[in-house]
Design a protein around this ligand. Structure first.
Ligand code: FCB
Length: 455
């Protein structure tokens, strides 16, 4: 990959911000298996719930699926070179459960395991720290046929899979997370039906959230028992919540929303109990011992932050003027919400492990013209969120790193290929990758930050 100089690239991240991020700050990029790999029928991979979901009419934009995506399964060597070219320290990816264990139980697939072995070794050979996630939404379809996350047994199958992966890769990983965004699996997958498996059943969704947390606890216990060397944790999507007005009703609505979105996962993981909130009617069935399993020491916590949530009782939340604009997803750009969230977590959960921002980024309607993608809004977005992280660190929050979502444009779930989150542009017809301006800016900022932090 040639390094070209972009004439009017905005100034890099300031030295002052870089210093506040600290010397050992990890700079990374993130992806997930189903969104980039393609090759869904290759080398013994089993079907996943996303393959099945995308086939159902009307579920995804234009009926698009991850069948080809970025063809990363075949092009991974080039993609590792691309990651290295960005000058990052770390790469976060996910392991496709149906690729390594096609049915989600029983036999493992040697070719699938070899793929992740080679990927990890390829990253290490280029000095890039591999951060893996075990579950980024692609449940083996066979387990779905047995009841999916609504079936308590799935948690035990997950722990078995986690243990096998930790034994296989744990000696070389920089971190291993159990789940990515269990809220999305529970609520978007089982209550709203926007994501696979597409159920619309609030009672089921509550039980699924519990089984996801239980599976995390069982997996942590299994991996610790196996003496896994790498740091273990989980990745949660979180937001700050703003009441639409100062009225007591809206304040209460905001507390409920925070309890649903943030505390529903944080309280079990760190306090060993579900939050009680008058706005939350449904609680899952919990068996003796479950909460103690869920609440286990973690080595790190990953937080994905994109935007804030507005809350109001009664009418739909007031769309306040988005001072910093909205993204192509229609999400408000609100970096201070990240600072507010992090500072709040530190106060609410003493003994919080080190934090990583495992996802943050934005979609824009990028166009490739003359070999260039001028994505100025993305540069402003990343800079502002890094400044928010620096501000949180000033307030005592232990944030150790930042992973931009995403390395490259990819399959954005029900939105298909229309939403482009990448630092790298992908032409899906040719699979050509092109660094956007933001990629050049990120690389230059990382280099400048290293200098500033070490200076
Ligand atoms: C997160 C998901 C990730 C991607 C981004 C935009 O919720 O973890 O896969 O879709 O949103």
């Amino acid at each position: 990959m040639k390094s070209i100089s972009i004439p009017d690239l905005p100034p890099v991240l300031s030295a002052a911000t870089a210093e506040r991020l600290g010397r050992g700050f990890t700079w990374g990029v993130a992806t997930s298996a189903y969104q980039i790999e393609g090759a869904v029928d290759e080398d013994g991979r089993g079907p996943s719930i996303w393959d099945a979901f995308a086939r159902q009419p009307g579920r995804t934009v234009n009926g698009e699926s991850g069948a080809v995506a970025c063809d990363h399964y075949r092009r991974w060597r080039d993609d590792v070179a691309l990651i290295a070219d960005l000058g990052v320290d770390a790469y976060r990816f996910s392991i496709a459960w149906p690729r390594v264990q096609p049915l989600g139980l029983g036999a493992f697939n040697a070719k699938g395991l070899d793929f992740y072995d080679r990927l990890v070794d390829g990253l290490l050979a280029r000095g890039i720290a591999p951060h893996a996630t075990l579950y980024h939404w692609d449940l083996p379809q066979h387990l779905q046929d047995l009841g999916g996350w609504g079936n308590r047994d799935t948690a035990f199958h997950f722990a078995h899979y986690a243990d096998a992966m930790a034994r296989r890769l744990g000696d070389r990983l920089a971190s291993l997370a159990t789940h990515n965004e269990p809220w999305c699996t529970a609520v978007l997958g089982h209550e709203i039906g926007k994501f696979a498996p597409g159920d619309r059943d609030p009672r089921l969704a509550a039980q699924v959230s519990h089984h996801l947390l239980l599976s995390h606890g069982l997996a942590m216990a299994a991996m610790r028992a196996g003496a896994t060397a790498c740091p273990l944790g989980i990745v949660l999507n979180q937001s700050s919540v703003t009441p639409a007005t100062a009225s007591p009703a809206d304040q209460a609505a905001a507390r409920t929303e925070y309890a649903r979105f943030v505390r529903w996962y944080m309280d079990p993981l760190f306090h060993g109990e579900y939050p009680q909130d008058p706005g939350i009617a449904r609680h899952p069935q919990v068996r003796d011992g479950d909460m103690a399993l869920i609440r286990q020491p973690m080595d790190f916590l990953g937080i994905n932050y994109y935007t804030r949530i507005w809350a109001s009782r009664g009418q739909p939340p007031l769309p306040a003027p988005a001072a910093l604009g909205v993204t192509d997803m229609g999400w408000e750009v609100y970096p201070d919400g990240l600072r507010e969230l992090l500072v709040g977590l530190r106060a609410q959960y003493p003994g919080l492990p080190p934090l990583f921002i495992t996802e943050n980024g934005m979609a824009s309607a990028d166009t490739l013209a003359g070999g260039r993608v001028a994505d100025r809004q993305r540069i402003d977005y990343v800079r502002a969120h890094l400044e928010a992280i620096a501000a949180a660190r000033d307030q005592g929050v232990d944030v150790r790193g930042y992973f931009y979502w995403s390395l490259m444009d990819n399959y954005e779930w029900d939105s298909g290929y229309a939403k482009r989150f990448g630092l790298v542009h992908v032409d899906y017809a040719s699979q050509q990758r092109t660094l956007k301006d933001s990629a050049h800016w990120y690389r230059a900022s990382i280099a400048a930050s290293r200098e500033a932090a070490h200076g």
